[in-house]
Design a protein around this ligand. Structure first.
Ligand code: SIN
Length: 313
């Protein structure tokens, strides 16, 4: 079965309930409780069970909470990949990652990030993301958000850090904001390849994969399409230079922004528990996967879906 056929099949199978059924459930279900988890960003959502086909009202509340808090944490969700995909689809179309060997064979919307071996073979992409980035920023239409299900996690280590880019933008001087408001940044997947290989676990991307992802240009400051709030949007993950400037000329300002963007006041560090779901907004956050656990003995097995987004403006 091709990837397109698998996507079509899962779309039909997981199509979701009728709106009448959702209305019935809405009448019965408890209201989700939203509780902030850190001063910088993030909120825990309580009273939801992602095995259920949640009412539209609950999804709308979660979307509002995501826009306000940039990250949602939903604990104790022992869900199947199918339920993960069905929940994710409530927020938009899902991306099929360019690195196709790491997708679940029958459910290519799920990217496997794992160092766990099955029949002698590592089951997913291991040890990646140890640099500040926003998922799929190298695409013309980068991702709205990523939804990660922790299936197995090390007892200690393997946290993910998040940095609030609304807060980073708002903390800049008026002069710097005016300067950045007029700038655009060139992003390229090749830079992400360099980062992953530097860290030492990832294989380099192939020329074929790179051909599918030519350089793109995005504003240095993007406006959140749902709230109108402005966020800094240049991450060391794949930014190369400002449009109209060389890489050498761009470097001092980019490096200042990278340092500024990860001020401890803007950060939340998530310590994973098995069956956590974390849904982060790629339009307002950067994240960093800390590879500080022992890859030979500590198992970390995660499933990620990636919700498609709009062209930044
Ligand atoms: C990623 O999406 O960059 C990976 C995050 C993680 O493994 O914690």
């Amino acid at each position: 079965m091709t990837i397109t056929e698998s996507v079509e099949k899962s779309r039909k199978t997981l199509g979701g309930a009728s709106s009448r059924k959702r209305d019935e459930r809405a009448a019965k279900s408890a209201k989700p409780e939203i509780r902030r988890v850190s001063p910088a960003l993030g909120a825990e959502v309580l009273n939801v069970d992602l095995r259920e086909d949640l009412p539209d009202e609950t999804i709308a509340e979660m979307r509002k909470a995501l826009n306000e808090n940039c990250l949602l944490l939903i604990r104790d969700q022992d869900i199947t990949p199918e339920q993960h995909v069905a929940f994710s689809r409530r927020f938009g179309e899902l991306e099929i990652h360019v690195l196709t060997e790491y997708l679940l064979p029958d459910l290519p919307e799920v990217l496997v990030l794992s160092n766990v071996k099955k029949n002698g073979k590592i089951m997913g992409r291991a040890g990646v993301g140890e640099y500040w980035h926003s998922d799929l920023q190298y695409l013309a239409k980068p991702s709205l958000g990523s939804i990660m299900h922790a299936i197995e996690v090390p007892e200690i280590g393997g946290d993910t850090m998040f940095a609030n880019q609304f807060a980073a933008y708002e903390a800049l001087s008026d002069g710097m904001r005016d300067l950045l408001d007029g700038l655009e940044v060139v992003h390229h997947f090749a830079k992400a390849r360099y980062n992953s290989v530097q860290v030492g676990y990832a294989r380099p991307y192939s020329d074929e994969e790179l051909k599918k992802t030519p350089p793109v240009t995005h504003p240095a400051v993007r406006t959140h399409p749902e709230t109108g709030r402005k966020a800094l949007y240049a991450s060391p993950g794949c930014a190369l230079n400002f449009v109209g400037m060389t890489e050498e000329e761009s470097r001092p300002l980019l490096e200042f922004l990278y340092r500024h963007a990860i001020n401890p006041r803007f950060l939340y560090r998530h310590k994973w528990r098995a069956n956590d779901i974390v849904f982060w907004d790629n339009r307002s956050l950067m994240h960093y996967a800390v590879q500080d656990y022992d890859h030979a003995s500590d198992r970390r097995h995660m499933h990620r879906t990636t919700v498609s987004g709009d062209e930044p403006y």
